[in-house]
Design a protein around this ligand. Structure first.
Ligand SMILES: [Zn+2]
Length: 491
């Protein structure tokens, strides 16, 4: 949830060792690391050997590609160096041919182990009875507040929760946030998350952080106490974020960020081609505030001096749809060529929608990505998330953990299970998409992460897999932490 700030990033995955050695942990009895030579004679063998040393082949009982059927006794070849990874005179798969100049840390081939090892060679890592999956993607979290785990019991109102977290934050120093963020990264990775969309209220800490997973940094922007400075707040954010690899902007919520701040962020996103995220229609109190000019959140914000002239008329969604897709300039109200699938907005929550909101979404020219945070949702006791209705309207729906000020850990597996409990009709493979394929699309990286496919980043995780009848049920049911998490080809 909360806070203001502006930021920059150094979101480069930092990793140390290739995933090509024994870890000394489980499944070692079935794991072998060998030098495989598919080509054994003549000059070609020498050429091939030189090339082949740049690959590692990971074999698993099942490779869950999220890209068609899963592959029993499957394997993935991962490039280690930036070279032409395709062995000359070999007969690589069509997929392998498509990515001849494979960047280091990318998948170069996927298939049945027996076939893949004929067209690739190099070190083989046999994971044994494991399922190999794309790393999970957390589409909404706040690692700032990892240290607030268990500190705030559920409150009577959402406004009370904001008061409670503000009181906790008043006790924290920058060094506390720094360790909180670092601990959050480590925990997320232990739970198999290899990419995170992380909102931060303290972007000035980012240069001190070596993110161990792929990170989109979103400085959380609030101007509720300084609406005249919306432009300055946004400008400061964009200045500090410019050197970053993956970033966006997060005007916090309609009740804490002004219309002007949203418009500034949209304009920056349009010019810089970056993403935007925000909290929208999260609580009943937010609906009450904007539609009815009443309720605890209305009173709280009025009490701190927020101008309340946008209240009493429209639902949060109506206000948001009025704001977005306009390029930030009142002179060009429809300047952005709207592409329904590729608006830059990733909208967290969307729990509270009026019937008129669904009509609006059906008729609106705009569409955005949606993040649902099942366990944070349960903590706040929001009404049922309207998954089916949003899904049938074509929205891309992802999962996130939100912060540990309203959740117990950063496991997306636990989020998938919580979602499954609340929506038992949704198949487990659809649920797994909400933590892989769907958030990759939300981050506009659907050709890079979220699947195991040649040319994609080698962001891979492995979990034990038995003979169960439903592989995806087994995956969603996985509890515990992971021994093997690969980010960009490295552990
Ligand atoms: Zn949040």
């Amino acid at each position: 949830m909360p806070e203001d700030g502006e930021g920059r990033e150094r979101a480069r995955p930092v990793a140390t060792a290739l995933w090509a050695v024994h870890s000394g942990k489980r499944s070692d009895s079935t794991m072998q690391t060998t030098a495989h030579s598919a080509v054994s004679t003549g000059a070609f063998a020498m050429v091939a050997d030189r090339r082949y040393t740049n690959r590692v082949i990971i074999r698993a009982r099942t490779v869950v590609t999220m890209d068609g059927v899963s592959i029993e006794n499957g394997a993935v070849a991962v490039s280690r160096n930036r070279i032409d990874d395709s062995p000359s005179r070999s007969s690589p798969s069509r997929a392998a041919r498509l990515c001849r100049a494979a960047p280091a840390g990318s998948v170069v081939d996927v298939g049945k182990f027996d076939e893949l090892k004929k067209r690739n060679a190099g070190e083989i890592v046999d994971l044994g009875e494991q399922a190999l999956l794309p790393g999970l993607i957390n589409a909404h979290c706040h690692l700032d507040y990892t240290c607030l785990r268990g500190k705030i019991p559920p409150q009577r109102t959402f406004a009370d929760w904001i008061r409670a977290i503000n009181a906790e934050k008043a006790r924290l120093l920058p060094k506390d946030y720094l360790s909180s963020i670092n601990e959050g990264f480590a925990e997320a990775k232990r739970f198999g998350t290899t990419t995170v969309a992380n909102l931060t209220a303290f972007p000035d800490l980012i240069p001190q952080i070596h993110a161990p997973i792929r990170t989109w940094w979103f400085p959380e922007l609030i101007d509720v106490r300084a609406p005249k400075y919306a432009n300055e707040i946004a400008d400061l954010a964009i200045e500090s974020l410019k050197p970053a690899q993956n970033w966006g902007l997060a005007p916090h919520a309609l009740f804490t960020a002004s219309k002007n701040l949203y418009e500034c962020c949209e304009e920056i996103a349009r010019v810089e081609n970056v993403l935007l995220t925000t909290h929208l229609a999260e609580s009943r109190e937010e609906m009450e505030m904007f539609r009815d000019s009443s309720g605890p959140l209305y009173e709280f914000l009025k009490g701190i001096g927020r101008p309340m002239d946008d209240c009493g008329n429209k639902t949060p969604l109506e206000l948001f749809v009025d704001l977005i897709g306009r390029g930030g300039s009142p002179n060009r109200p429809q300047a952005i060529e709207v592409n329904r699938l590729y608006l830059p907005w990733i909208v967290a929550h969307l729990n509270e929608l009026a019937e008129s909101d669904f009509e609006l979404l059906e008729n609106a020219k705009v569409q955005f990505h949606v993040v649902h945070c099942p366990r944070s949702h349960g903590y706040f006791k929001h009404r049922q998330f309207p998954f089916q209705r949003l899904h049938s309207l074509g929205f891309n729906i992802c999962l996130g953990t939100d912060s540990l000020a309203s959740n117990e850990n950063l496991s997306l597996f636990a989020e998938m299970r919580a979602f499954q409990r609340s929506q038992p009709g949704i198949s487990p493979d659809e649920i797994l998409k909400m933590a892989t394929v769907n958030p990759a699309m939300a981050l506009h990286r659907e050709k890079m992460i979220g699947r195991i496919r040649p040319g994609f980043c080698a962001d891979l995780i492995a979990i034990p897999s038995g003979q169960g009848p439903n592989l995806f049920e087994e995956i969603v049911g996985f509890e515990g932490q992971l021994d093997r998490v690969m980010v960009n080809g490295k552990m």
